[in-house]
Design a protein around this ligand. Sequence first.
Ligand code: WT7
Length: 648
Amino acid sequence: MSHTTVIPASTYAGYPAIMTPHQLDTMRARAQRDPDGFWLEQARRVYWHRKPTQAFTGSFEGDVSIRWFEDGQLNVSVCCIDRYLTDRGDQVALISHREGRQASEKITYSMLHERVCRLANALTHLGVEKGQRVAICLPMVSEAVVAMLACARIGAVHVVLFGGFSAEGIAERLVDSGTVAVITANVARRGAKLVPFKETIDEALRKAGSASSVHSVLVVSTSDDPVLMLPGRDYNYHDFVDEFEADFVPVLMNAEDPLFLLYTSGSTGKPKAIVHACGGYIVWAAYTMGMVYTHQPGDVLWCTADVAWITGHTSVVYGPLANGGTTMISDSLPTHPYPGRWWDLVDQYKVTMLFTAPTAVRTMMAEGDEVVKKRDLRSLRLLGVAGEPISPDAWQWYHDVVGNKRCPVVDTWWQTETAGIVLGPMPGVQALKPGSATMPLPGVEMTLIDQQGGAVTGPGEGALCISRSWPGQARTIWGDHERFRQTYFTMAPGRYFTGDGAKRDSDGYYWITGRMDDVINIAGHRLGTAEVEEVLAEDHRIVESAAVGVPHPVKGQGLVVFVIPRKDAAGEVTEQALSRLIASQLGRYAAPEAVYLVPDLPRTRSGKIVRRLLRKIAEGQIENFGDLSALNDMAIVKMLCDRVWGQM
Ligand code: WT7
């Protein structure tokens, strides 16, 4: 790290920074001195029906309980809509761009209020009650945003599901969450491809059978493509919803009532639903987005994330709206139907803040500078990335070519579990270092834990932990609090373990080194290698498998799978078929780079698969394997190298 570039904050002298470096230091010190007072002050960023008098009231010890602002009452849809109706009812809250459509939708705060209320009435009419779960499985259309806010308004808990999941994956999640209603689309267009959303939901509900509690399905028609509708269960969204009254009195929620569940991958195969609570989440969304994406009147924020990820919740919907901003969604792809598609949209909608994943930056970088330089990107004033590591050269390209060296690039580190930005710079206030997500926001107490379990002081490396709760912290794993405790609070007792490793330099900047568990990150999508192995384990022709992540130039990481077929099935299983099976069960992003059929896997004497070695072989680092003395059979190493890299 001795040659890192440092870009001083003064580079962006024209940037409308919201505070001075000194004020930021003061804020940090205040948060440290009096965390409760600090967070109660930050809680005033949102509208409360009853103001909280307590900040954190839980504990990281024992059973672990996370509770914030417990005696406060509010409704999150009011924080995001109603409070802005009087002074900016006519301001655009949501721009929805759809490929292949002439005009985009521009939805003002007043219109958003109307639409959210109609759906709130419709859901109530269907019998959806406070506390019940509603699944939202939609492409990037305005109804997705409306649906989340309508759930919040009636106190229902939304569960946004990724449209790329298989029917099995959706069925499992509908059952696990006890969902009672689903809001979906007939189909979605992804570039030239048509993705059958409704058909997949139908199949999921068939598979779930009596284990499912779903009684109603609302279907948004995104096109003329017809789908089967089951009378009494399925409703055409607009035919049904648009008839309801455009006003709905928000249901009063306790701060700790759940707002949403969001499924994410962990190191075991079973999907886990992270639970976020109304009060803490919305304060945290308003705070983190307000600090890093410092919204000013006239700003248009385009975060390209799908609503089904945490970024889609916090950076697309709740963060911008809680701050009274204008957020944009689009179902476009960066390079389809032609290279530079996103740059044209930035110009067309005068996007001022662009937030995307490093994988998209790398994809667009690969098309060459000319594609960018031909376009007018003067509307941009802030660029952001999140979700996976960005290399210093991709960062620099984004900064120099896209931002024309004018716009700060904010690399923000966070997780489904943290709900909002944890590491990230305040633009125009802090110096930037390409490749580093800078440092924690005020109020976050980050600690690196070394191999002996002690806290690293000063510069060093270790497991990235957070030592004090923050309002947006996940409350639990739905239906499995013990798994929550075990996953996050046992590695470093008394602290939250993120799953990541990191280095801290002498300026206190953090450099993420990657996951320390069996989770890989493909194009910003988290995937547990155990999920892949579980899919394969269900195929009776397969004895065992091992999945590993390898570096990939565009996706960051790619998936490579080693599979032992049963001897009597050797001719039947093909690498292509297994690859298709994984993609169809887990989602298209999980499609492996390679599947290798092998007679055995490297193991220790106790039979444990040596993944470190498999990773090296898959990556091609076959000159230096390190210490192999624990291996029970050395011949397997040569066999695997020959299999992957040809006869040597
Ligand atoms: C994991 C969380 C940003 C939220 C969306 C992803 C990795 C996230 C960064 C970053 C390096 C990053 C971590 C983390 N990650 N942001 N800026 N630099 N790595 O949320 O799906 O829950 O994934 O993404 O490994 O643990 P998620």
